[in-house]
Design a protein around this ligand. Structure first.
Ligand code: UDP
Length: 296
């Protein structure tokens, strides 16, 4: 967006983000950064809002569950009010967690989900579900232009080494020849989408016609078991790590694969980076970034 000449205001409270991730943009006069928490009301002149606020890693969002649900609920209401005042188009980063431990495979947008409302993941799942509800209520009652995308597991360069999710955990463990920590038997599945593909999907959604409100799934339908992801990362890194099996996190979804027919039809979008290529790029990033404390 900066390259395309948009005026971009990046808002972050750095709960899970890092200034170093946007350091390369600081020299551009059309880029500004604001340390701010969207749980507080924000007044700005804007014409597009991408609401990506909220930690997305289970380890992070469960660390401070109240803050997590407040970020999705209060943050979304504050930004929807801003959209209403300014006439901005509002894009909500929703999530595959809307579907919970899904009982249908793959998940399409018509599935209402299977979510535990009081479990350790619910601060995230129910916060995001409430945020979706508010988007459609602001749309129906006040005519706010809303666009809701449900993002499936996304990975790539600039993931925090402390992120705690599967891609960065396994990559760091493999590069350091440390044990690969599979939770459970590793037969649970995820479908990982490379970050550049996801960014393209978000932009395509923002640029879509006003009648495209979503929700629309964005993700890569290429489904793998966690064990397969571990094996692939170990083979790309030529790691000497051993696999270990630990306890399964409570309410861990067993299967996850997006049905992206709607994204293909409405946005003419589909992912183009396959898992091996995306992982190789991400591994390259982690090697460069953290080469100091790695063997060899
Ligand atoms: N997982 C794992 N080892 C790890 C991190 C994650 O086995 O070090 C598993 C986790 O139990 C889940 C899947 O990988 O089944 C994806 O977990 P992640 O935290 O990346 O994201 P989620 O999709 O659960 O939000």
């Amino acid at each position: 967006m900066v390259r395309e000449g948009h005026d971009v205001i990046c808002v972050d409270n750095y709960f899970t983000g890092a200034k170093s991730n946007v350091a390369h943009l600081l020299g551009f006069s059309n880029f500004e950064i604001l340390r701010f928490d969207v749980r507080d009301p924000l007044r700005l002149e804007v014409d597009e809002i991408y609401n990506l606020a909220c930690p997305a890693s289970p380890q992070h969002y469960q660390l401070q569950p109240v803050r997590t649900i407040e970020t999705s609920v209060m943050g979304t209401v504050n930004l929807l009010r801003l959209a209403r005042e300014t006439g901005a188009t509002f894009l909500q980063a929703s999530t595959s967690e809307i579907y919970g431990d899904a009982q249908v495979q793959p998940q399409s947008e018509t599935y209402y989900g299977h979510v535990n409302p009081i479990g350790p993941r619910s601060c995230y799942d129910e916060g995001k579900r409430c945020a979706e509800t508010m988007c459609f209520d602001y749309h129906r009652q006040y005519g706010v232009r809303v666009k809701v995308v449900r993002i499936f597991n996304t990975y790539g360069p600039r993931l925090s080494p402390a992120d705690g999710r599967v891609a960065s955990n396994f990559i760091l463990q493999a590069l350091r020849d440390k044990p690969i920590t599979i939770y459970g038997d590793g037969l649970q599945t995820r479908s990982l989408c490379y970050v550049d593909d996801m960014v393209g999907g978000l932009a395509a959604m923002m640029d879509s016609n006003d009648d495209v409100t979503g929700p629309i799934n964005l993700g890569n339908p290429d489904e793998h078991t966690i064990r397969e992801i571990a094996d692939l990362i170990m083979s790309i890194t030529e790691s000497k790590s051993k696999i270990t099996f630990g306890p399964v996190p409570e309410d861990d979804p067993q299967k996850r694969r997006p049905d992206i027919s709607l994204a293909i039809e409405k946005l003419n979008w589909r992912p183009t980076v396959d898992l091996e290529t995306g992982l190789a790029r991400t591994i390259g990033y982690f090697r460069r970034q953290f080469s100091m404390d790695m063997p060899g």
